[in-house]
Ligand binder design. Structure first.
Ligand code: XMP
Length: 508
């Protein structure tokens, strides 16, 4: 498969480079700068990412350019551009003023293949502390901004290009055009990595990998596990058994509805009602991490008991996606655990199952496109993310079946209202939280002393950062009225106006 290799030097934008290249229907992979894979004929070009380091730092990352430079086309971005100049004996120094933010291209060489169609005076995004002051003779300047004369260069006689700005960032006006020029014209990729081709080739390779073997997979109701199941189903049909566990912490009616839609999709799925098992281990537990651990353990027990009833299963299917894969092999290593997200937990060793992960090359938005290609309904594809421990981490304090029932009603009113007002798709994630306090109210002539709920709706790209949504006041007023009138035991509704950071999306 035609591949562009991205060597990561630790920049915050590396994943974005990959996404922008994939938007051109070209497949690419991110590898740490010091773990360069073999340069096979499939590798059509290499991109060197930016870095938080300066080339003059003693700990600056060093990539062995001899493995690919001059052999396949190369694009250096920011640190990548400065690093090559530094090695060739040019002058890279800390810039007097840190170059950060918007800049204008005041010189553009449109005869250069990289800059075809990039307009003069268009905007680019700068983010660097170093700058290239002097270039070696074999380098030719291809663009400049007001403050940065050597904003981009080409090495003469080689298909090696470099730019000090960030084409992957939205604020670089012709950034996508520049990356398209690189991958399609310079690297000569054919742009055939489409969802349809991905489905075709993945189904084919799953068939070859799994042959007549049996696979078991846990469905969560979310996009990733559903798409993974559909791909496996296409490849091996009834040799795939799915297990969907009712942990008693799902949304109102979710278990029955989602189970039904899985069955309609032709999946061979076992629905396991384990509500009581989960409520039992959660009794008396108030600490968020203890809740997560108890739920994680119980899920494995329930799944294990169900899977144990199947015969000759050799593989465990999982909906692992690319960000999880990069995260665990990144330059910086797995990021610090703030909350232990248990959903990639895995199974006990004694089950001795081999792992099959058909989505491990895809970003989330690509998973959705593949899902659409496989005919999954929008109601599944456009679902908001929902945490594995479900409502347990939205009930602050001890979880009881009675509190779950109250929260399910509140959540259902909120989510349905978002859908009815055409706001659901504009919000990245929404839900309700049951607070461990009671408040005084008055209903009719009577004083009440009842529960308080908070509503949360956020905008985000990947859940790493998030802003609270500015939902219309009329909408919030309407939802609040409905909740207080319809849900017994709730007399107050609040709206969470905290962003992440410093808050998190979930309250626990
Ligand atoms: P936070 O609260 O960390 O949430 O800002 C970021 C995203 O992760 C989800 N989340 C979880 N997902 N198991 C999961 O599978 C968990 O324990 C968990 N905790 C948070 C959260 O819903 C949001 O989408």
């Amino acid at each position: 498969m035609q591949t562009i290799l991205i060597l990561d030097h630790g920049s915050q934008y590396t994943q974005l480079i990959a996404r922008k290249i994939r938007e051109q229907n070209v497949y690419c992979e991110i590898h740490p700068y010091n773990k360069i894979p073999e340069i096979t004929p499939d590798i059509k070009g290499v991109v060197l990412s930016g870095s938080p380091y300066s080339v003059t730092d003693s700990e600056a990352p060093h990539t062995d350019l001899s493995q690919f430079k001059g052999k396949v086309p190369v694009l250096g971005i920011c640190y990548g551009a400065q690093y090559m100049i530094h090695l060739m004996g040019g002058k890279v120094e800390k810039s007097v003023i840190r170059e950060y933010g918007r800049a204008k291209l005041v010189h553009v060489d449109n005869t250069c293949a990289l800059l075809k169609g990039v307009e003069l005076n268009s905007q680019v995004w700068m983010s660097h502390g170093d700058t290239i002051l002097q270039m070696p003779d074999n380098c030719q300047v291809i663009c400049s901004t007001e403050n940065v004369a050597n904003a981009g260069y080409k090495i003469k006689g080689e298909e090696t290009y470099a730019i000090q700005f960030h084409p992957e960032v939205h604020h670089s006006q012709f950034g996508s055009q520049l990356l398209r020029n690189f991958v399609l014209d310079i690297c000569r990729c054919d742009g055939s990595w489409t969802p349809a081709n991905f489905v075709k080739s993945t189904v084919q390779s799953l068939k070859e990998q799994l042959k007549d073997d049996k696979v078991v997979l846990g469905l969560s109701g979310g996009v990733d596990s559903s798409v993974a199941a559909m791909l496996l189903h296409r490849a091996i049909g009834q040799n795939l058994t799915c297990i969907f566990v009712d942990n008693g912490l799902l949304r109102k009616n979710e278990f029955t509805e989602v189970l039904q839609s899985y069955q309609n999709m032709g999946l061979n799925v076992i629905g396991a009602d384990a509500k009581q098992d989960f409520y039992k281990v959660l009794a008396g537990v108030t600490d968020p991490e203890q809740k997560r651990k108890a739920i994680g353990r119980t899920f494995i027990d329930v799944f294990d008991a169900q899977a144990g009833k199947l015969h000759d299963v050799k593989w465990l299917g999982q909906g692992t996606i690319y960000p999880d894969v990069i995260e665990s092999s990144s330059v910086k290593g797995p990021s610090q655990t703030i909350k232990s997200h248990h959903n990639v937990g895995g199974l006990p060793d004694y089950m001795k199952l081999k792992l099959v992960e058909p989505l491990r090359l895809l970003f989330k938005d690509e998973v959705r496109k593949v899902g659409r290609e496989l005919g999954l309904k929008d109601s599944l594809l456009k679902r908001h993310p929902f945490p594995g421990p479900g409502l347990a981490i939205r009930i602050l304090g001890e979880v009881t079946p009675e509190k779950v029932a109250v929260l399910q009603e509140v959540d259902s009113i909120f989510i349905n209202a978002l859908k009815q007002s055409n706001l659901y798709d504009k919000v990245w994630q929404a839900g309700a939280i049951l607070l461990p306090v009671q408040s005084v109210g008055v209903m009719g002539d009577e004083r009440t002393y009842e529960r308080v709920v908070a509503l949360r709706a956020v905008e985000s790209v990947d859940g790493m950062t998030a802003d609270w949504c500015h939902l219309p006041y009329e909408f919030l007023a309407d939802v609040s009225n409905k909740i207080i009138n319809q849900v017994k035991g709730v007399n107050r509704v609040c709206y969470d106006i905290s962003s992440k950071p410093p808050a998190t999306i979930e309250w626990e």
